[in-house]
Design a protein around this ligand. Sequence first.
Ligand code: IDC
Length: 508
Amino acid sequence: MRRPLSTLLAGTLLAALGFGLAPSPALATVTERAPAAGAQVAAYAQWQPNTSYTVGTRVSYGGKDYECLQSHTSLTGWEPSNTPALWKLLGDSSGGTDTTAPSAPASLRSTGTTSSSVSLAWNAAGDNVGVTGYVVYRDGAQVATTAGTSHTVGSLSASTAYTFTVRARDAAGNISPASNAVTATTQSDGGTPPGTTPAAINGRLKVCGVKLCNQYGKPIQLRGMSSHGLQWYSHCLTNGSLDALATDWNSDVLRISLYVQEGGYETNPRMFTDRVHQLIEMATARGMYALVDWHQLTPGDPNYNLSRAKTFFTEIAQRHRGKTNLLYDIANEPNGVSWSRIKSYAEQLIPVIRAQDPTTPILIGTHGWGSLGISDGRNETDIINNPVQATNIMYTFHFYAASHDQEYLDALNRASDRIPIFVTEFGTQEASGDGPNNFTRTQQYLDLMANKKISWVNWNFSDDERSGAVFKPGTCNNNGPWTGTTSLKPAGVWIRDRIRTPDSFPTT
Ligand code: IDC
């Protein structure tokens, strides 16, 4: 949002006369107070989280100006200084007296919880002029400002994990970097008994023969949704949307789609790994399985990202190995690469994961974009004759019903008698994730998967404009409505009906 100099001067004048400047970004939750007369006025609006930015928009952040390179909705942790893929540095902010931001508040901690609140405290930040207050963020959204070094955040849901950060600000409107993030779970209000969620009933999963079994050693089928790429549609994954996924859709599983390229993990490993940690906690708090999807796609050879995958999964496995609701997908869709190269990748990565976490099932993408080789003119015998040398693993199959016909359905049917298969992604439309739905063909796949207890995850839980994104465009920026069908496209209405039917998980 570029402000010409004349507007700036007028704004300063109005501010001096006691008029606030117009609130800058449409989605900002709290309007920044106008700077005091004589203090620094940034040339552009201060960057803020939870704001839609379009290509070419300029902002100020930390005393510097930036220009937006890729349209996105900002989140805490995605500050322009952290995200070179999203923001181009233009230089120092023009026309300021104090352009130095305070230091980040340190040692943010939770000092107590109830079923509806979390109390926080932190250490005071420093500043060259003086800290005037603190801004408290909950899951990236600004929820309070305070002058002191503690705050109680209220109006929260019971048994829910929330992540908080705090920033300091000074009189000139400079905002500090975020403090450490702290995640706290509110206490139970005695609502949903903890033993009734899919994750609680089934517990730790284990591959048994060609099936996926629960803690009682009985084959089960999980049904759920995949996120869209976190670099684009992270804002569709909120406490409200995941509550709806767990309790209105009755989803058993959330697939967390972490693209590696296309502006994903490789551009900021720290930020994306932290977001995956947070989403695992959010799925866990709602009794869903968390399927961590290493979404390599272009380039199609997973070996290109082997060392990144080792780094990422080492941290994920170390942090979450105590949980019983995890699944790791180590290669979304290998393409343009032979099965033996994929097998080699898996056999290098799996021991690294197993060193941290010996028990979580590991899923491996198959050749030809997860088609068991069919899209490459190959088939499942490549895998059957040369399986990955590891235990507690499954192979993945993907289909898009309007593009992938009987030949693919037959391959899934044949292969699932020989090797363990998990359908980690499918769409009711064309392989582009767009175009007309073929619900008749999709139902044939679903019937087969129900008969054989093949778990599945549908693409995708976002509001992008394509027909395969379940929500209508704008739903995520509006923060819902998340439950019911008013916000859903036809594919969303159809797939929700097929996820929410009761599960019949065996318990003995
Ligand atoms: C598509 C997204 C689209 C994005 C594109 C780029 O819908 O917004 O621009 O990826 O990578 C897959 C992939 C999945 C695709 C999806 C639909 O795993 O990343 O998403 N698809 O094309 N395999 C088959 C289809």
